[in-house]
Design a protein around this ligand. Structure first.
Ligand SMILES: *Cc1c(COP(=O)(O)O)cnc(C)c1O
Length: 352
């Protein structure tokens, strides 16, 4: 660090992204990417004409993708905004709704960016421990004094919260903001998007990175009341008015328009998740019930770190998270069946 760095950043511990090796010699099951390519309609919209138009700034309101999302959710466009991945929108949320008095409550084991954004923008937060079975302690969230952010399904556990529970949570906290991060919702959980027309204290954050295979394009969205969206736009126009680039916008419109392809891939991933769960359970693993495109597993015979390192040596990357409370676990993204079969074969050798 240089001697010029702002004092308020001295203690900040940034988020550590999963490994992204640039040689493709690994089976990558570590960052919850989709194993299938984006919709074939995506490549068709990257035309010479679109490339020519890269000399122009994008539409700052991103009306084309906002309208495409609005019609898929059957809501009006003024209740949606898009960002450079949902990570950017999450950062806007923490910027907008935290200060010396207000902060977010979230599960102690959840998406690693929540504590980082808390530290960056308000220097405080409330971390609510998971229950002994690694489920979210919903009762504790019913009684918090703070705003709430939950990932549904939760990461890295995969637990899905029923829609009815989200609704109770939103009703119990009418004077606090409830943010639901639905990065993995398409893999078997229930979206709370439609509740946003009834509750002005509910904000949904979603992404095309996982279920639409567009992690590299960076397109996230926020859905909420007109006034919540205008708060987030206030931040955007004070920060980066062209946060979503032209090519990403046309790509995203094409992907959102191809529901048939998307549904087929999601179905395959769910089937593969069930296959891997069954196989690892048979090998003595405990597999937490997951509605996401990953599973969170442990085996009494081997520590999480050891299993991760041994798989890496065999050319398979999974995610090991440095946290004493989940040190026995690794998180495995659901890949193609052939990749999962290799993982199972190597696992048999490792735990023998
Ligand atoms: C992957 C992920 C995101 C970030 O997604 P991007 O849209 O790619 O920035 C947000 N929240 C959770 C819980 C995630 O796992």
């Amino acid at each position: 660090m240089s001697r010029f760095l702002s004092e308020k950043l001295l203690g900040l511990k940034p988020y550590t992204p999963g490994e992204q090796p640039q040689d493709m010699d690994y089976i990558k099951l570590n960052t919850n990417e989709n194993p299938f390519p984006p919709s074939p309609s995506v490549v068709k919209v990257i035309t010479n004409a679109e490339v020519d138009r890269l000399r122009l700034y994008p539409d700052p309101e991103n009306s084309k993708i906002v309208n495409a999302l609005a019609s898929s959710f059957e809501i009006s466009g003024n209740r949606i905004m898009v960002g450079n991945g949902s990570d950017e929108l999450l950062a806007f949320v923490f910027m907008a709704y935290t200060d010396a008095k207000n902060c977010f409550a979230f599960p102690e084991i959840s998406y690693g960016f929540y504590p980082v954004y808390s530290e960056l923008f308000s220097n405080k937060c409330e971390r609510i421990p998971l229950k002994a079975d690694f489920k979210i302690d919903i009762a504790a969230f019913m009684n918090t004094k703070n705003n709430i952010i939950l990932a549904n399904p939760n990461a890295p556990t995969g637990e899905a919260i029923p829609l009815e529970t989200i609704e109770r949570l939103v009703m119990a906290n009418r004077n606090r903001l409830v943010v639901i991060d639905e990065a993995y919702v398409d893999f078997g959980a229930e979206s709370a998007v439609r509740l946003t027309s009834r509750f002005d204290n509910l904000l949904i954050i979603g992404t095309l990175s996982k279920s639409r295979s567009l992690a590299g394009a960076r397109l996230g969205y926020a859905v909420g009341s007109v006034s919540l969206i205008s708060d987030l736009k206030k931040i955007k126009y004070s920060f980066n008015s062209y946060n979503v680039n032209r090519l990403t916008e046309v790509i995203a419109v094409a992907a959102v328009g191809d529901s048939e392809y998307f549904e087929k891939n999601v179905k395959t991933i769910i089937k593969n998740r069930e296959f891997l769960t069954k196989e690892l359970t048979a090998l003595g693993f405990e597999v937490l019930d997951s509605k996401a495109n990953f599973i969170f597993v442990r085996n009494k015979k081997i520590s999480g770190k050891d299993y991760y390192l041994k798989l890496k040596k065999k050319g398979i990357l999974v995610r090991y998270l440095e946290d004493i409370k989940i040190k026995d676990f690794v998180r495995i993204s659901i890949g193609k069946k052939s990749d999962l079969e290799k993982l199972i074969a190597e696992t048999k050798e490792i735990i023998k």
